[in-house]
Design a protein around this ligand. Structure first.
Ligand SMILES: [Zn+2]
Ligand SMILES: [Zn+2]
Length: 204
């Protein structure tokens, strides 16, 4: 087969069937070619793995407005994946802290871009879980990653950082280390257990 029509995923020899449809807010296209197995269809358009998770993270509204993050920006994708992995645990924790007698309900929000606010003007991507009642927000867990520290995961309870760490499997990849599936799984378990313990200690 002609090299030009191979899937661009490392180690994949399948025939490429379509380019990734991702186009960022500056109008730059991903356009890399992928096989059927390495494309994900979202709202009728094919995306590569990274951009499928970016599109899922930012949602259809952002796509419609052409507000998609820059091509090489992995931060929304990271917040999406870590947020999905944390979701059950955070909902369980805040669910148990919910006081329904005062009308509290748990509100989970999608991944959003936050700019400004607080002491800095840095862009960061966040996911929030809030306990809300008519008197306001009584407790909140925030997952955030700043664009200028793109692999550092911050977990906040209320206004306090309770975890600030680079996920060890991402650190390993950044150092060029290859992990076995078992090592990867063990690192993830340890990372999420540490976050769980920090959140348990901080939630009222
Ligand atoms: Zn492929
Ligand atoms: Zn892509």
């Amino acid at each position: 087969m002609d090299e030009d029509f191979r899937c661009e995923r490392v180690g994949c020899d399948n025939e490429a069937v379509a380019p990734c449809a991702y186009r960022d807010r500056r109008g730059r296209a991903c356009a890399r070619q992928w096989c059927l197995g390495h494309l994900t269809e979202i709202a009728g358009a094919p995306y590569c793995e990274r951009h499928a998770s970016t599109v899922t993270a930012v949602g259809f509204e952002a796509i419609a407005r052409g507000h998609l993050p820059e091509l090489g920006n992995r931060v929304p994708s990271l917040v999406h994946w870590v947020g999905s992995d944390l979701d059950t645990d955070v909902c369980d924790l805040l669910g148990r802290a919910t006081d329904t007698r005062v009308g509290e309900t748990l509100v989970t929000e999608p991944v959003t871009l936050v700019t400004g606010g607080g002491r800095t003007m840095q862009r960061r991507w966040e996911r929030n879980w809030k306990l809300v009642s008519h008197t306001g927000i009584s407790d909140r867990v925030t997952l955030q990653v700043h664009e200028d520290e793109p692999i550092t995961v911050v977990v906040r309870v209320g206004q306090r950082d309770v975890v600030k760490a680079v996920p060890p499997w991402i650190q390993a990849h950044a150092l060029g280390e290859t992990l076995s599936a078992d090592q990867d799984a063990a690192m993830r378990r340890g990372f999420y257990r540490a976050i769980h313990n920090a959140m348990v200690a901080a939630v009222r």
